[in-house]
Design a protein around this ligand. Sequence first.
Ligand SMILES: [Fe+2]
Length: 292
Amino acid sequence: MKLRSIELEVPDAEGAVRFLSSVWGLMDAGARKGVSFLRGTGPLPYVISLASADVRAVAAVTFSGEPLEIEQARSRALRAGARVGPMQSFDEPGAGEGFFLEGPEGQVFRLLYEKDRVERLPADRDRPLQVTHVVLNTRDREASTRFLIEALGFRLSDRTSFMNFVRCDDVHHAIAYAESGISSLNHVAFEMKDFDAVMRGIGRLKDAGIEPAWGPGRHGPGNNVFAYFVTPFGATVEYTTEVERIGDNYKVGGPEDWKWPPKRIDHWGVSARDTAALSEAEKQFTFRRPVL
Ligand SMILES: [Fe+2]
């Protein structure tokens, strides 16, 4: 199973699509019933969708896998007592078949398999490959982490003093939970081809008048290169690359393993962080409403 996409609702969906395609580097993957779909160069039908709505919201975070994986995940979630919706068909690129389930703080996850496959496009240093992780704020990160492990069979990769990193394949984290007073979207990370592609992305955003809110730098857990930006539509997005791939023998790290020297907030020590802008953006996207 892999993280496939995130579905967002925004008041100005057209503006968000314009930014994500002309500046961020995603490509048009079609529109249906007023919802716009954008893809990267990876072999996925789309990685983010934008629907118009009065208020900003996360409609779902979507994982995709083989039909058997999805069926087994559904059985497991039901056995774990999770709130699980019926199997259904989704009218969207990829023609997904799957179901919704709700996390302990109303997080809406969707698991599906795609009936229509799409080809990988040539990697491009100015375009994201795919979404590689979504970080969510939580009021109780341990309960939300337990849910992913027990209901979906995900695995804990690392735990710091304020975040838990959870994986569903060999990518160090697909979901990370940040300790917070609210349950909301912290940021969405888009994987770039290489280091050069991240740096070129920073340049492209600067050309559009947007400075990094944090970065460039290299994280501790996941060891990925990062640059964060607060978008004109209110969400924080990240260009990232060199995300660590790990196996079953990965030793789960704890807060003691992930300490920085005073004033250091990443491996390199050159990144500046606009905490005020990032904190404001973190309040913008909450989960829309229970779907079950
Ligand atoms: Fe990130």
